[in-house]
Ligand binder design. Structure first.
Ligand SMILES: Cc1ncc(COP(=O)(O)O)c(C=O)c1O
Length: 400
């Protein structure tokens, strides 16, 4: 019998999400005002240890909203990692500014603070550390540099909801925090996002820009050009249910990540990122590096072999400085990012979501082990074949 298909991610939705979403629909408050929206924004601010949270339509619009509110514009530069989802860099471009790519730390896979200063120019306005795959960036040195150079910091916490750095919540450490509630994230409403901050004036500006720029005191008066980036009350209803269930969701994800780490620890050629001592990571997508020489095959061959066994996976993000919209400008600036390139070439994301059973994780891990071993065995057999002289075979005599 064919084994059941294991997708790479799946939203964890229960009867509670259905109930709250139905309540929002029944109330007729399905657009961007309503009790669930107020409740979600309040609860998310408290849980993120921030004074303010505003719901947005996505993590991408959360980033754009933050950058627009901070006044980012034409000709400005922002320091970002190249190892992230494309939205981080795109949001900078939406403002007419240029992302300046800095390499990542091989230990955390996040922006390397020791390389930031060299990338700062008079055009630099801010830094966007990304808490990649749920692991916090090393925020203290980043904030110190920002203060020294008068820069703002937007934390891209899309993949790191409820992660913490030295006991402080990710998203509460910089000038603004941004989050995603896409279907594969720790909390989800299908599409959705949020910005968090502690500054009242900044909250006001983000709220204004989020709602087309309409003056809150004067209906249909638009003093500035804004956007429609408002989260709906239906999406907020789903998020309220997710907030109630978040401890269970996170605990199960953590158990899965731990199990992967234990099961794969001794597989030759697999490297797993360890949490920094100051980090409490969000258990997003479990990821590891595949060294083809010692593992037996390349990351993409492993993914293809897993697919044959009905197991889905994702390659690590393609470094943004290698992608068409950014390649030329990165080349002009001589961007050399060896750690980013290595992660992009060797990294793989494995299925991580609460519904995954222990047996599923064991099946994934034993498949990975088998695939590596069989490639290694094939390679050894080919080497043996190459070095062993073929015995000469006596030709049978032709019959007279
Ligand atoms: C690091 C990072 N930033 C931003 C985003 C954008 O979020 P969304 O897909 O909700 O627009 C994502 C989404 O995957 C992400 O991983």
């Amino acid at each position: 019998m064919k084994p059941s298909f294991i997708p790479v991610s799946m939203p964890d939705l229960s009867e509670l999400e259905t109930r709250y979403a139905s309540e929002a629909v029944a109330s007729t408050w399905i657009s961007s005002t309503g009790a669930f929206l107020d409740r979600f924004e309040e609860e998310f601010a408290v849980a993120s240890d921030c004074r303010f949270a505003l719901g947005t339509t996505s993590g991408t619009t959360a980033l754009h909203l933050a950058l627009a509110a901070l006044g980012l514009g034409q000709g400005d530069e922002v320091i970002v990692p190249s190892m992230t989802y494309i939205a981080t860099a795109n949001a900078v471009r939406y403002c007419g500014a240029e992302p300046i790519f800095v390499d990542i730390d091989p230990a955390t896979w996040c922006l390397d603070p020791s390389q930031i200063e060299a990338a700062i120019t008079p055009k630099t306005k801010g830094i966007i550390p990304v808490h990649l795959l749920g692991h916090p960036a090393d925020m203290d040195p980043i904030m110190k540099l920002a203060v020294t150079h008068g820069l703002w910091v937007v934390e891209d916490a899309a993949e790191a909801t409820f992660a913490s750095y030295k006991g402080r919540m990710c998203g509460s450490l910089g000038t603004v925090g941004t989050f995603s509630f896409f279907g594969n994230k720790i909390l989800t409403s299908g599409e959705g996002g949020a910005v968090t901050c502690n500054d009242e004036a900044l909250r006001h500006r983000m709220a204004l820009l989020r709602g087309q720029g309409m003056d809150p005191q004067k209906r249909y008066h638009f003093p500035i050009v804004g956007y429609n980036y408002r989260l709906t009350n239906v999406a907020a209803a789903i998020l309220c249910a997710q907030m109630e269930r978040r401890d269970g969701i996170i605990a199960r994800r953590q158990a899965i990540v731990r199990m992967y780490a234990e099961e794969l620890a001794d597989v030759p050629g697999i490297a797993i990122r360890q949490d920094a001592p100051w980090a409490e990571s969000a258990p997003w997508m479990f990821s590891c590096l595949i060294d083809p020489t010692t593992f037996g095959c390349r990351r993409d061959d492993l993914a293809a072999a897993l697919k044959e066994r009905e197991i889905d996976s994702r390659p690590m993000f393609i470094p943004i400085h290698r992608l068409p919209p950014y390649r030329q400008s990165a080349k002009k600036r001589h961007a050399v990012l060896p750690v980013t390139d290595r992660l992009g070439a060797l990294g793989i994301m494995l299925p991580t979501y609460p519904q995954l059973t222990d047996a599923d994780v064991l099946r994934i891990c034993s498949s990975i082990r088998d695939i590596g071993r069989s490639h290694l065995n094939r390679r050894i057999a080919a080497q043996v074949h190459r070095i062993t002289p073929t015995p000469s075979v006596a030709q049978p005599r032709k019959a007279a």
